[in-house]
Write a protein that binds this ligand. Structure first.
Ligand SMILES: [Zn+2]
Length: 270
């Protein structure tokens, strides 16, 4: 366990842990690209984490003010021959995510937003096609929706992914990748989008907060706009799978996702 340092302002509380990438912002867990370093007289975080994570969290409006969010693309993961994870009680990821995406679309449309889905029914669609559709449709936000799976069935909770910054390994490990991808031009906005979506879901659904993580998933690397990928629970976990079967739970998740999007949009004109 590292030492903790708490920074408090009128609006926010930030908790750093020495030697760790763990960052607590208000009630939400985020993972920095690199660990917080405790020196003899000061603590430091990497420049990327300062500029692309901390700054947008502390000054959200300054980072998105004036952006016009006209078109939102929701991407239900998998489909067709790619069933995604198959969980307890034969919960199919591809079916559950499509339902959640449609419910999210309905809520956003009722708010007057223009929303498109990368797939409307159960068919296969390659990863590259998903972001090329988003580009073709002039997407202003891209959100990929998934359910999670783990070999260990006791694992549960919600996690949200945004694109890793250049030069860092992903949160789950692997090698540092020095390349800058298309998705990296939105690093600051990705952080905010991920944060509001993650918080939106966890405000609606009681679940373990596994945090906002970094990964170089293809849809995040090649997104033409701010993007996040949601893992809305583990269908390999008995009780989370049981919840996903419930229409009420999927509706609640959709409400959380829609609320997250609305929170992000609210910052563009505040
Ligand atoms: Zn998936």
């Amino acid at each position: 366990m590292g030492m903790e340092r708490v920074l408090r302002s009128q609006y926010s509380t930030v908790v750093f842990t020495s030697g760790s990438r763990k960052l607590r912002f208000n009630d939400t867990l985020l993972w920095l690209n690199g660990p917080t370093q405790k020196g003899s007289s000061s603590w430091t975080i990497t420049r990327y984490d300062s500029e692309a994570m901390l700054d947008p969290l502390l000054r959200p409006s300054a980072n998105v003010r004036g952006d016009d969010i006209a078109t939102i693309v929701l991407d239900p993961g998998h489909g067709g021959s790619d069933s995604g994870a198959i969980g307890h009680r034969r919960v199919y990821e591809k079916k559950a995510v499509l339902d959640v995406a449609k419910r999210t679309r309905d809520i956003l449309k009722a708010q007057g937003l223009s929303v498109r889905l990368t797939r409307e029914s159960d068919y296969f669609i390659p990863l590259a096609k998903r972001t090329s559709l988003a580009r073709q449709w002039g997407a202003d936000l891209f959100i990929s929706i998934h359910f999670n799976a783990a070999a260990n069935s006791s694992v549960s909770g919600i996690e949200t992914y945004v694109c890793s910054s250049p030069g860092f390994a992903s949160t789950m490990g692997g090698r540092a990748d020095p390349r800058t991808y298309k998705g990296n031009q939105f690093d600051k906005k990705n952080t905010l989008l991920g944060y509001y979506l993650h918080r939106g879901m966890l405000k609606q659904v009681k679940a373990i907060d596994r945090g906002i993580k970094h990964a170089r998933f293809e849809v995040l690397r090649s997104a033409p706009c701010p993007a996040a990928l949601l893992e809305c629970g583990f269908i390999t976990n008995k009780s989370e799978a049981a919840r996903v079967i419930s229409r009420q739970h999927r509706a609640t998740l959709a409400k959380g996702i829609a609320n997250g999007i609305m929170s992000y949009i609210a910052k563009t004109d505040s």
